[in-house]
Design a protein around this ligand. Structure first.
Ligand SMILES: [Zn+2]
Length: 638
């Protein structure tokens, strides 16, 4: 597990410390330290000529010991003759038998956690057939795949399989090529417990004083998104009216001792699901439900139609809900493409601030995200290492940098193309309820924008680091000249050719420029009929990178030059040919409003920064104390 320290210390400076840690915990919960299968089965599954059309899980977990006994019934369709099949299952779990209709099949359950099943006769192409695997044992504990914990309301058993953990608790095919088209989950527990899972609850049947919860899901689902949680839950529902007029149930399974807290917070899901429903198209599992099941992991996991959450924080609720579109409806086609799940869920969470919260909160979120990403000069959005699950689920890159890169892409291609491209991607027959890779997303955004996004994807998704822009500007008469020099924090990117938003502020007039960057050194000229007092780089927080702005020097022989003047709040005083020991500011009636003494004498040539944001608009006199005389200047704050 990745240490929290770096981000935690940094967050201490911000007002939303709680929220940052909350967000980081999302990344920490959405992975478990599972070993990648040696014989990783995406490759195997692609070559086996079957399509899993149905999985029926029948599970009896022992709530006291965590012991698990069950069977899984798979229906599959062959696309070519099939002699044998493989399933994944950890060897802590014992396969009792495997049935093909009434006959028992011969199988090998090898130490590499793969079950090989041999059929007695070849199954011909285009056949619908089935196998049923009976198994039992004690799943490994403390790795989240299938974990028993005890809460103030009693024991809980909950599963969390992403990325490689499903075979720690059920015989399955761990891969990102074949979704299970249709799923039933039946879990039998003592009557004290309730069970949450994917899809719609069909029945709770009582037999021999135990309850069987039957959950039925009729949408394709990736293996790692199948889950159940059993505990002494309190159950209640919120409802969200969707654009289609469907009044969708948001079903909550929460610990009784947290019920009051949960009830006060889960209703925040309603405006968020309505926002996503309108931005990205209908909630993908509209015929069923959405829900939350509380578990003991400090974060959440986007199990299809039923996210598991450790708390009911706004950001966590929004993040896991967004995954129903990005991650569940369309699942990353390889773990390298995990950003297609995580960067989107993270950015969708931010979009709640853009669309549903006060403006300042939105900008503050963007600034915090950028600051976190820019703490390191390296790191790519697309995951390079899929064996090390800590690196794969790295919060700063896969989540935060990915979100900022999507945000910047929105600036590059515009809102209309950005959201239309995403809707087309989510609705594409080829990918909806299936899988996609980075190139697939690129295709839909290129279609909607009419732009070639190769450079953007190579530089910002695959490449590491960020750009640094050194910007110098000056005004001569009515001509403003802006020199921009771009360097890169990491050698993997030659040039970021993203246009830069730059605001030229005058006394009564502003001009927002979109300056194209086609080479590392650019000079941009514009004729303006007003005096520019200030240049503001990226005023609306679109760009991921650093900037260094040099203010124009107006050295005309004065001992001290003040600029910008007039100005808003940030002023600079350049000591041209004098030292300074401090300054005093008087208002128009010569009353002292501010005084500042430097601990050490500021030497000739220094540019002093003066934050005068505490002063209201008006004209002021500033007097600098120097070792010999006082130097008086007039400044205007507007
Ligand atoms: Zn996520």
């Amino acid at each position: 597990m990745r240490p929290l320290f770096a981000l935690f210390i940094f967050s201490c400076f911000t007002f939303d410390l709680k929220s940052q840690v909350d967000l980081e915990s999302i990344a920490k919960s959405e992975l478990a330290q599972y070993y990648k299968l040696k014989n990783y089965s995406t490759k195997r599954a692609s070559g086996e000529n079957i399509d899993i059309v149905y999985a029926g899980l029948n599970l009896s977990p022992n709530m006291k010991t965590a012991y698990l006994k069950g069977d899984v019934n798979f229906y599959f369709k062959t696309s070519a003759p099939v002699n044998q099949l493989h399933f994944d299952l950890r060897t802590e779990l014992t396969v009792d038998s495997i049935k093909h209709g009434l006959e028992k099949l011969v199988f090998v359950h090898a130490m590499d956690d793969v079950i090989t099943i041999a059929f007695n006769q070849t199954i011909s192409a285009n056949t619908l057939d089935s196998v049923r695997i009976y198994y039992q044992g004690s799943p490994l504990q403390n790795n989240r795949a299938y974990e028993r914990n005890v809460t103030a309301s009693g024991p809980i058993i909950a599963t969390l399989s992403e990325p490689y953990g499903a075979h720690y608790w059920w015989p399955c095919r761990e891969n990102l090529v074949d979704k299970i088209d249709s799923l039933d989950v039946r879990v039998t527990v003592d009557t004290a417990y309730k069970v949450a899972s994917n899809g719609l609850l069909q029945a709770i049947t009582l037999k021999d004083s135990v309850h069987t919860y039957y959950w039925k899901h009729r949408y394709p689902v990736a293996t790692y998104l199948v889950a159940f949680a059993a505990s002494r839950y309190s159950v209640y529902s919120d409802y969200a009216l969707l654009k289609s007029n469907k009044n969708l149930e948001i079903l909550n399974y929460v610990f009784p001792h947290n019920e009051a807290d949960a009830r006060s917070k889960t209703s925040a899901t309603i405006p968020v699901i309505q926002l996503f429903d309108s931005l990205f198209g209908t909630y993908p599992f509209e015929n069923e439900k959405y829900g939350h099941a509380q578990f003991t992991v400090g974060g959440g996991m986007e199990h299809q139609t039923m996210s598991f959450v450790g708390n009911f924080g706004y950001d966590l609720i929004a993040h896991e809900l967004a995954h129903q579109w990005f991650g569940d409806k369309i699942t990353c086609g390889t773990w390298h493409d995990l950003w297609l799940n995580e960067s989107f869920a993270t950015y969708c969470n931010l979009l709640c601030y853009d669309f549903l919260k006060p403006r300042e909160e939105w900008y503050s979120q963007l600034r915090n995200f950028k600051r976190d990403v820019l703490t390191q000069t390296y790191g790519s959005v697309r995951s390079q290492d899929t064996v090390n699950t800590g690196a794969l689920f790295e919060y700063r890159t896969t989540y935060q940098k990915g979100a900022m890169v999507l945000h910047q892409l929105r600036w590059l291609i515009g809102d209309q193309a950005f959201f239309a491209g995403l809707r087309n991607y989510l609705q594409a027959n080829k990918h909806a309820y299936g899988f996609a890779r980075s190139n697939d997303l690129q295709y839909y955004l290129e279609q909607s924008s009419g732009m070639n996004l190769n450079d953007y994807f190579n530089d910002c998704i695959v490449g590491e680091g960020y750009p640094i822009h050194a910007i110098k500007w000056n005004q001569k008469g009515n001509k403003v000249i802006i020199d921009i020099v771009q360097t890169q924090s990491h050698p993997s990117v030659e040039l970021y050719n993203v246009p830069l938003p730059i605001l030229l502020k005058g006394l009564n007039k502003d001009t927002l420029l979109r300056i194209p960057i086609n080479k590392a050194v650019e000079t941009y000229e514009i004729t303006l009929p007003y005096i520019v007092n200030d240049l503001i780089f990226d005023p609306n927080e679109w760009i991921l990178g650093k900037s260094i702005i040099s203010f124009p020097k107006k050295n005309d022989g004065e001992s001290i030059t003040m600029y910008p003047n007039p100005g808003v709040s940030d002023f600079y005083a350049e000591l041209n040919n004098t030292d300074a020991t401090g300054y005093t500011i008087y208002d128009a009636s010569y009353k002292t409003v501010l005084t500042h003494q430097y601990r050490e004498k500021k030497l000739k040539g220094t540019i002093l920064y003066l934050d005068l944001s505490v002063l209201s608009n008006g004209t002021y006199i500033i007097q600098f104390a120097t070792p010999t005389v006082t130097i008086t200047k007039r400044i205007i704050i507007y």
